[in-house]
Design a protein around this ligand. Sequence first.
Ligand SMILES: [Zn+2]
Length: 445
Amino acid sequence: MAERVALTGVRLIDGSGRDPVDDAVLVMEGPTIVAAGAAIEVRLDPDATVVDASGATVMPGIIDAHCHLGGNSHPDEDSWVLQPDRYQAIASVAQARALLRHGVTSVRDISVNGTHLRQAIADGLIEGPRIVPCWRGLSRRGGHGDANGVPVELVRTSHPWGIVADGADEVRRATREVIRNGSRCIKVWASGGGLSENDPEDAQHFSLEELRVIVEEANYVHLPVAAHCECRSAARSAVEAGVWSIEHGEDLDEETVELMAAKHISLNPTLVLLTKWAALSKDYGGHYGKPYIPGGGPVPEDREEMLALLHDRLSSNLLAARDAGVRIGVGSDSFSTELTPYGEQTLEEVRALVAAGMTEMEALVAATRSGAEILRIDEATGTLEAGKSADILVLDGDPLDDISVISPESMLLVVKEGVVVRNSLFEAAGSAWGRAEVGEATAAL
Ligand SMILES: [Zn+2]
């Protein structure tokens, strides 16, 4: 029988949105939580390994509902295609490990590597989060997943996360190909994303008819569709077509928000990514075209003023969706180690939701229960309750008081499916629990 391990004296934030419980106990056995609640309600097994974690907070592992384990180092689309695929596959292992070491225990990945990483993690060969793989996402010719500066033949074979298709017949076939490669969710770029001149964010890239075909094919095999929508019309068409989640969605009109709430369509706002991207635009000394400010109007010449305007627009859009009852997730959109560091950017996104006006509890629910629902893994994880996977974080401090506690420096313990990933808590308490598995994984981030 697996060892029973109990954390006592902790503040329990169970991920459901319920009020925290002080002086709580969490008991794990092997990969599973067997009890979580007020100390008075949990009977402690005399054989259990008990560690007093007074002053710390326990919460579910964080869920990143949007990232790309493509193995790319640089934020340059041509290099993604030209770099050897095998190098990228190897680099993606490091990206997966970095996510997990930052307390990200589940992710939805859009890349060619995800289905294989998922298997290697399940086989116990490498360390990484639970992966819901999308494989490649559908892009139109010349769109966000078609690197315009390299020969099209190379894009076909070596794009780390895009598959090109145009028209109803091709998108049907491409969706089936994505499914054949082990995808558990279909990703589509319904609008541009600002990678090239051909790819502006304010342009819709797939017609309502094409989006309907993709949703129809996904629905045949009971899979959800995640649609990248940076402009209003793309979001509106995606919502009408019946997608499961809107990615980015920084320019939603009132009717679209209402439809999203009515149809239970989720939003992954990716605030950190959108802000970084605008800050890097050519007009402000960077590399990537003009900054995209949803809602239009004049763009301030001063960089800080431009970023302040963007922050206002992103925040009001997000809060309107929240107020309408749209489920919100946490998506880092990490896609290159240099620009969007894996794990770090996920934690930054949790903090950004609070900076945009959500409450600390709302941000934590977005990062846990809502993320699990968006990934359709909520039967296994996302909340701390008996029977769920032992995916837990123990934090030095209380993120409800101060969201900056959601940081690597505050993580005393990270456990995924009962296996210790980081552990300073038990070692400090003189317990050997988890030490055998810790090994290299306890190295500094
Ligand atoms: Zn993305």
